[in-house]
Design a protein around this ligand. Structure first.
Ligand code: FAD
Length: 280
């Protein structure tokens, strides 16, 4: 539910996980300065359709005890059964493609559904466009299900552990304990950040990706099959400082990135000229 809390709990404006004997709440301070989103799981066997707002408020009060909490205004609330499911296949004969929640659903607690759905759309989008323009073969379309189904399966596996960690009260329930024997959720959260940012995805070898036989040593920080890393760079042609990926907009064009070294050195500059001559 999205609501404006009235409470003596000191940390409502911080991302918090509150774990108590009465259950757990994930608190996400919303944009603006007043509203909060609370996620909570209701007891096993609860029928989502029958839940009333008062039930959520009562559960929140019990979880917050001994702190007081009141609900000045509730802007939105909803209950639903979390399904952790992935479709058997993401395509029918490479003519129909499933993306997003149509082929994978999980809890909303890691804020991943939309992100992963957009990635699916991006993945099939450029492949369809290049295939329809006659630039690529059907093999490229076939990489959509192999790449994205694995990502969905990994996400659902990860979500199961994530949900368990939020609800857990101890190590035996999947939690990491701090020096006082409390679940140290901040550590779990920090570890999860790379995953939730989508930066751990690595596609297997396919007609598009070839780690086997690649000279990984030539670009150690660039892992074949993973997202191209971005960094702050100065563009040579106009001396503009920018994030490198900003120079590579997703407009359907193909780009070659050359790591030329320090082009002020004659040898590096010559090597670069040679590559440019070969490619033009
Ligand atoms: C409470 C909550 C919080 C969330 N928070 C986050 C978050 O912080 N970050 C994040 O990344 N994700 C979050 N998600 C998940 C995210 O909302 C979904 O993963 C995402 O919207 C999926 O996009 P989609 O386009 O696949 O499906 P949808 O957004 O469900 O779009 C499908 C559309 O198809 C329409 N439709 C259905 N049937 C038909 C039909 N027969 N004919 C025509 N139209 C039809 C529907 O009306 C809908 O508009 C959250 C989800 C929930 C429930």
């Amino acid at each position: 539910m999205d609501f404006i809390p009235r409470t003596d709990f000191p940390d409502t404006r911080k991302l918090t996980v509150i774990q108590s004997k009465a259950g757990s709440v994930l608190n996400i301070p919303r944009e603006g300065r007043f509203m909060n989103r609370f996620y909570m799981e209701l007891p096993e066997g609860t029928v989502a359709r029958e839940v009333k707002l008062e039930d959520l408020q009562e559960t929140t009060r019990r979880i917050f005890h001994p702190y007081q909490i009141d609900f000045a205004e509730t802007v939105w609330w909803s209950t639903y059964k979390v399904g952790q499911r992935v479709a058997d296949r993401f395509t029918q004969s490479n003519r129909v493609f499933l993306t997003g929640d149509a082929c994978h659903t999980h809890s909303p607690k890691a804020g991943q559904g939309m992100n992963v759905s957009l990635q699916d759309g991006y993945n099939i989008g450029w492949k369809l466009a290049s295939f329809l323009k006659g630039q690529t073969e059907i093999d490229v379309l076939r990489t959509y299900p192999t790449e994205r189904q694995r990502v969905a399966e990994d996400l659902i596996e990860w979500d199961k552990n994530w949900v368990k960690s939020i609800a857990s009260k101890g190590k035996d329930q999947g939690g990491v304990l701090d020096a006082n024997n409390n679940v140290d959720f901040s550590e779990i959260w920090v570890k999860a950040r790379v995953f939730t940012a989508g930066l751990t995805i690595k596609y297997d070898d396919s007609p598009l990706t070839r780690a086997k036989g690649s000279l990984q040593s030539r670009a150690k920080n660039l892992k074949v099959g993973m997202r191209f890393p971005s960094s702050q760079v100065i563009r040579f042609c106009d001396a503009l400082e920018l994030q490198f990926l900003k120079a590579l907009p997703s407009d359907g064009r193909w780009r070659i990135v050359i790591f030329a070294g320090d082009v002020r050195q004659i040898a590096a500059s010559r090597r670069l000229s040679q590559v440019i001559n070969i490619s033009t």
